[in-house]
Design a protein around this ligand. Structure first.
Ligand SMILES: [Zn+2]
Length: 182
């Protein structure tokens, strides 16, 4: 799935927090967006879908810090809870996409995301056929809508920019490997 889909899914988790406690909207949204984006930084260094993808550990941490945030809702704890929950959701949902190859529509990779506690790769489920597929864009738009309505100012602008970026990426996705020269 596209990084914008993961960011939008994270933001969806921040929507109820922002509605219940508007003064926590910015820390919740910031933590959520970072949690949606950070796992994919292992595209740049390390092993993609393994080095910064932790389906189990992020999720468990997210639940623990989430409980702490419910007990003592300071901005830092709320941001940390949303970060880990969004990063966990990102890592788990990559399982439902394609493998970690550059041309995922070819389906030659059986590595969707690494399951650290079991020391093995999960096989892709292809519910979303590849990152930048039309259904992926649809997911970004659908998941981002509540956030676009809930947040305002620069946060809303960020959501709109993310959706626009996703649309452009979807349009040109299949040319990306060519442009990268591989
Ligand atoms: Zn990912």
């Amino acid at each position: 799935m596209m990084v914008t889909t993961h960011a939008a899914a994270g933001l969806l988790l921040a929507v109820p927090v922002a509605s219940a406690a508007p003064h926590l909207a910015v820390p919740a949204a910031t933590g959520a967006v970072l949690g949606g984006v950070v796992p994919d930084l292992d595209l740049l260094a390390g092993v993609h879908r393994k080095s910064l993808h932790f389906p189990v550990y992020y999720s468990v941490l997210g639940l623990l810090v989430g409980v702490a945030a419910a007990v003592s809702p300071s901005p830092v704890v709320v941001a940390a809870a949303l970060f880990f929950l969004a990063a966990g959701l990102h890592s788990v949902s990559d399982w439902f996409g394609a493998g970690e190859e550059l041309r995922p529509w070819e389906r030659t990779s059986d590595r969707a995301v690494y399951l650290h506690p079991r020391r093995r790769w999960l096989r892709p489920k292809y519910v979303v056929r590849y990152d930048g597929a039309p259904e992926d864009l649809l997911l970004t738009v659908g998941l981002a809508l509540p956030a676009a309505v809930t947040f305002d100012g620069w946060l809303r602008a960020l959501v709109v920019a993310g959706v626009a970026l996703a649309a452009v990426y979807t349009l040109f996705r299949k040319r990306v490997p060519e442009w990268l020269g591989v």
